[in-house]
Design a protein around this ligand. Structure first.
Ligand code: HEC
Ligand code: HEC
Length: 253
């Protein structure tokens, strides 16, 4: 008796799957699927740097580096509409030609008031975990809120920034390319800016070329390197500069 039920069940399952298959076939014949590679999807972005930079970094799993995310982040970094009076972008204070900092002791925000701290250069942030001079923020995504909202920097709510980005039609397409659909959200703005900043890698200075064996420093430069990395010594009345105590360099990344 049990066998009979089971056979009947198997028969019904087979019949139903056959019907399903036929329906599926007739559906696909009138509406062909798109080939997978024509579906828009962000392309992974490999960050390149010399091996001596080390791998003591982590990229959040929910924000992988992509070409489209990086491009969007770059646009947002230079977007003055993210400030309350459309005059200031991240790049106003973080200027590429000055190592993504500027040349003044204290930069000025939207309200014309000077910052209380020096603008930080944005270089090799991939290897950092705590941001700002006092390290008060953990994670690049979380850092973005401060300059955007702070009334002495860009001084605009996220709600307003999102509304202004929506008015610029091309942003919808850019958010879609980076995140799958046209929605513009606080979370996505933070993620795109963080992706751009993780890509700001400097690894082609003369010192890098020296570490890569591609250039020979002068005697004077070699003495400079020794002094820079010179630790305090036990030799009486000698201090040595010990610059590397604070200016870590690649070996500490
Ligand atoms: C008005 C000038 C100004 C603007 C505009 C500005 N910043 Fe900054 N940035 C600063 C200053 C000043 C600091 C250091 C602040 C502190 O330590 O409290 C800083 C620090 C940072 C840091 C920390 C770097 C580190 O090594 O810890 C990051 C990252 C950063 N800014 C990114 C941005 C982004 C992204 C934007 C745009 C959304 C932006 N900044 C807009 C002045 C500015
Ligand atoms: C006790 C920590 C410390 C030591 C030791 C130290 N520095 Fe600095 N240095 C800093 C800090 C912090 C800044 C950034 C100040 C700012 O931008 O407001 C800085 C900035 C600099 C700058 C300017 C960088 C820029 O982007 O404008 C140079 C150049 C520099 N240091 C060289 C040296 C040299 C050379 C030595 C060794 C003789 C040295 N430092 C030792 C902490 C230190």
């Amino acid at each position: 008796m049990r066998l009979g039920v089971n056979l009947f069940t198997v028969f019904m399952v087979l019949l139903l799957s056959l019907a399903g298959a036929i329906m599926a076939c007739s559906f696909t014949s009138s509406q062909p699927f798109l080939p997978v590679d024509t579906l828009a999807r962000p392309q992974s972005l490999q960050l390149a740097f010399p091996a001596y930079f080390g791998h003591h970094y982590s990229i959040p799993e929910n924000n992988p580096q992509t070409i489209e995310g990086f491009e969007l982040g770059r646009m947002l970094f230079y977007e003055k509409a993210l400030s309350i009076n459309n005059t200031i972008s991240c790049a106003s204070c973080h200027q590429q030609q000055h190592a993504f900092s500027d040349t003044v002791a204290f930069s000025t925000g939207v309200d014309g008031i000077k910052q209380t701290r020096n603008t930080m250069a944005l270089i090799n942030l991939l290897w950092l975990r705590h941001f700002f001079w006092d390290g008060r923020v953990t994670g690049l995504e979380n850092q973005v809120d401060t300059p955007m909202i702070n009334q002495h920097e860009m001084g605009q709510s996220f709600q307003k920034s999102i509304q202004k980005l929506k008015e610029k039609k091309f942003y919808g397409k850019k958010f879609k390319a980076a995140f799958g659909d046209e929605k513009i959200t606080k979370d996505r703005i933070e993620k795109a800016l963080a992706q751009f900043e993780r890509g700001l890698i400097s690894c082609n200075a003369k010192y890098d070329k020296y570490l890569q064996g591609k250039c020979t420093p002068t005697q004077s430069e070699l003495r400079g390197i020794q002094l820079f990395y010179g630790n305090p010594t036990t030799v009486a009345y000698t201090r040595r500069p010990n610059c590397s105590h604070c200016h870590g360099g690649a070996k500490d990344l």
